[in-house]
Design a protein around this ligand. Structure first.
Ligand SMILES: [Fe+2]
Length: 285
């Protein structure tokens, strides 16, 4: 199978995917991108419009804008774009994180985002530290909305956020919303009863390449947009080389292939149940 093999997974073809951060679209020059193995050209139309054309057939693709991104659906949209309720709250910064291209399957990028076990190795001194090596037990469940949610995740982090002055035990909730979309909720350091949210929209470029589009909705209290963005980019720069060294680049769905932790086991099963094969190595029957 070639890397640019076309996607046949209905669940992915008929869903919306981020294909660009709007700040990267110039008024006067077309923008080239790729989605599920298909080459696309984006043309700006006026101040707010965009037209997305398939390079192979010349056909127009469904496209719309939301949360500072341009979205496309190659098939017939069966679902709405992922709803981020926190984006409606006026006391939050809405920050796009700058389209990070990674040479790995987007499913690997989602799984890495869910993995607390890598904090102390990959984000040493920031999200993890040597004496605090244990990942405490947490709960994972499938919701009625068919989302995978991990709760009661706790981890000691030396520098948990751009405003953290000292290390503390951070509470996390993870939610896998779509095959290529995952969100992380963590306690705000100032307003402890509210959560900062990072949603990671992963653009499947092809089976072994993706672009990560982080969307951060952080309470404005005591923090500037630039600080949020640079912290996120610092953390993601630590993940990128680790992700690009993953072998194989696609995510194996066979439960015997690797020994991931509890949430990753369920993520892989959930992908199998949805017949997601794009970016994966399907399980042997
Ligand atoms: Fe990481």
């Amino acid at each position: 199978m070639s890397m640019a093999a076309l996607c046949t997974d209905r669940v992915l073809l008929n869903d919306w995917h981020v294909i660009a951060d709007l700040t990267n679209l110039a008024i006067d020059a077309p923008f080239q991108t790729h989605l599920l193995g298909v080459d696309l050209t984006v043309y700006r139309r006026g101040r707010y419009g965009s037209e997305v054309i398939r390079n192979d057939t010349g056909a127009m693709v469904n496209a719309t804008r939301r949360y500072g991104f341009l979205w496309a659906c190659l098939g017939t949209p069966e679902r709405e774009i992922v709803f981020v309720p926190e984006a409606e709250e006026p006391d939050r910064h809405l920050v796009t994180g700058g389209s990070i291209a990674v040479k790995v399957s987007g499913l690997r990028a989602v799984e890495n985002f869910l993995d607390m076990g890598h904090f102390r190795f990959v984000h040493t001194g920031w999200l993890g530290d040597e004496p605090h090596t244990e990942v405490a037990p947490y709960k994972v469940e499938l919701t009625l909305a068919d989302e995978l949610v991990a709760t009661e995740c706790q981890f000691y982090q030396p520098v948990a956020s751009p405003t953290a002055r000292e290390g503390f035990i951070v509470d996390y909730v993870y939610k896998v919303i779509r095959p290529y979309t995952v969100a992380l909720y963590k306690s705000n350091p100032v307003q402890k009863n509210r959560l900062d949210v990072i949603t990671l929209f992963v653009q499947p470029v092809d089976q072994e390449n993706c672009v990560a589009h982080p969307f951060l909705t952080y309470l404005k209290d005591g923090i500037e947009e630039a600080g949020i963005r640079s912290f996120m980019q610092l953390i993601f720069a630590q993940d990128k080389p680790i992700l690009e060294n993953q072998v194989p680049r696609r995510l194996p769905l066979d439960p015997r292939a690797e020994t991931p932790d509890a949430v990753a086991v369920l993520y892989r099963r959930w992908l199998r149940d949805k017949s997601v094969t794009y970016g994966a190595i399907p399980a042997r029957m």
